[in-house]
Structure formats: structure tokens, C-alpha cells
Design a binder for this molecule. Structure first.
Ligand SMILES: [Zn+2]
Length: 202
């Protein structure tokens, strides 16, 4: 029998962190602070890498969904934080288009520039705004993750599709999370999973 479904979930500690933060986050700094906190806890909990994302109503900051990287827990390479958060937001709204007319505009907040896969996921999800700390190669340099060949013009590609991009939010906190992760890997406490040959069938 071939597989007929796949499933990704988020652990209950994410729900607890979201409830503790409050369901409405008026400022970009508050939204990013939650994302950085989720990212830092995620690798320590063992479900995946140091990445988290939330989807909020852009104008009010009312939280719609939260996602963390679940690659290790789900055994699925696509289970990046952005894909998880966007998918859960779409489940909540019951539509594949978060930009459907009549609904409040949505914002994706992530703790670094999305990888090649997640740039695509964000472009097709219907969000109106993306918030990140930065898009430099600093994260890859610290953690060793390969984010894929995202073009230099990625922001203009987002803007051409009606998605504005804000950088410069929570930068030092994001860098600290990646440094924490790198130390965790160096101590043998986590698997840097993106390299070929590190999967369970390697
Ligand atoms: Zn990704």
C-alpha cells in the first residue's frame, strides 16, 4: 500500500507560549519577540531547527496561527516554520487564499529571510506583508543551514506580487538564537539536518 496522507502538527508548548504572549500583538517588535522565543525553544525541544513563524492580522496583530520547524519531528523536509504557520492559518480560515477579498489582510513574521521553498510558500499563500530581522547570509554562516539559491531581487519579486517586506525587526535577538543553536549543535545536542546524508535512511 502506498502512503495516502501526510500530517504535520505543532507541539502543545507552542500553544502555551502563544497564550502567554497574548493573542493580540500590536507592534512588529512584539510579534517578532514571540517568533524569536518560539525559535529558541524549538531546537531545544528537539522537533526541528531554530525557526518559527506566525501569521497575524496585519492591522491589529491578532494572532491567527503559529508554526515552528518540524522537519525532525514529522520526517518531512517541507515542514519549515513558514509552511506550518501558513498552512495552519489557511486551515483556520478554511481557504487556500489568505488574501481572499473581505478578510483582514495578513502578515507573516519569520525569524530570518525565508528559504527558497518558503519564498514560494509565502508568495502563493495570499499574505500581504512579510516581516523579518534581515536577509543577509549571516544566519547561514552561524548555523550552517543551506537556504537555497534565493535571488538578490527577491524583495522586488515579493513586492511585484503585492507583498510588502519589512526588515530590521528583532535582529540581535535573532542572531542570539542562531548562536545558541550553533552551540547546541557543537555540543552534540542537535542535528544540523539539511545536509544530504543526515536523514534516517542515510
Ligand atoms: Zn523554509
Amino acid at each position: 500500500m502506498i502512503a495516502t496522507e501526510f500530517r504535520v502538527d505543532i507541539p502543545l508548548w507552542v500553544v502555551s507560549e502563544v497564550e502567554a504572549a497574548g493573542r493580540v500583538l500590536p507592534t512588529l517588535e512584539q510579534r517578532m519577540a514571540l517568533v524569536n522565543r518560539l525559535a529558541d525553544r524549538n531546537f531545544r525541544e528537539g522537533g526541528g531547527g531554530p525557526f518559527a513563524a506566525i501569521v497575524v492580522e496585519q492591522a491589529t496583530g491578532r494572532l491567527i496561527s503559529a508554526g515552528v520547524n518540524r522537519v525532525l519531528a514529522s520526517h518531512l523536509s517541507v515542514s519549515h516554520a513558514e509552511v506550518v504557520a501558513l498552512s495552519l492559518a489557511q486551515c483556520t480560515r478554511g481557504t487556500w487564499d489568505l488574501g481572499a477579498s473581505g478578510a483582514p489582510r495578513t502578515e507573516l513574521v519569520v525569524n530570518w529571510r525565508p528559504c527558497l521553498q518558503c519564498c514560494g510558500a509565502a508568495l502563493w499563500a495570499g499574505v500581504s506583508h512579510l516581516v523579518i530581522p534581515d536577509d543577509s547570509d549571516q544566519m547561514e554562516g552561524i548555523t550552517g543551514f543551506d537556504e537555497g539559491p534565493v535571488g538578490e531581487e527577491w524583495i522586488s519579486q515579493f513586492e511585484a506580487r503585492g507583498i510588502s517586506v519589512t526588515k530590521g525587526i528583532g535582529v540581535s535577538e535573532a542572531i542570539q538564537v542562531f548562536q545558541n543553536y550553533a552551540e547546541h549543535v557543537a555540543k552534540g545536542c542537535a542535528v544540523l539536518y539539511n545536509a544530504r546524508g543526515t536523514g534516517t535512511n542515510a
